[in-house]
Write a protein of this length. Structure first.
Length: 91
């Protein structure tokens, strides 16, 4: 029997907001983390009412990088007139 080393997973976010969950996954992937969404398919068990929170887990060695990336979730929105990357002059 071959043994495998299994990384310990740390919970970095718990939410029942689907938009927040998906945005968090994008932020974590951009930061080079390997997020795993637990309880993603519980909606079928709960009747689609989103009462149960979904959890995002990352390997324990990525915890600090993940928490730093998730700070952007709660960052205040940019003002309407703030320049974005699409406003840069391509020249």
């Amino acid at each position: 029997m071959a043994w495998q080393v299994v990384a310990r997973m740390i919970e970095v976010l718990r939410t029942n907001n689907a938009v927040r969950l998906n945005y968090a996954v994008v932020l974590l992937e951009r930061a080079g983390c390997e997020p795993f969404v637990a309880d993603r398919f519980m909606a079928s068990a709960e009747g689609g009412i989103s009462a149960l929170e979904r959890r995002i887990l990352v390997p324990d060695e990525q915890e600090s990088r993940a928490k730093a990336a998730l700070r952007e979730l709660d960052a205040p929105p940019l003002p309407e007139d703030a320049p974005g990357p699409w406003d840069e002059d391509p020249a």
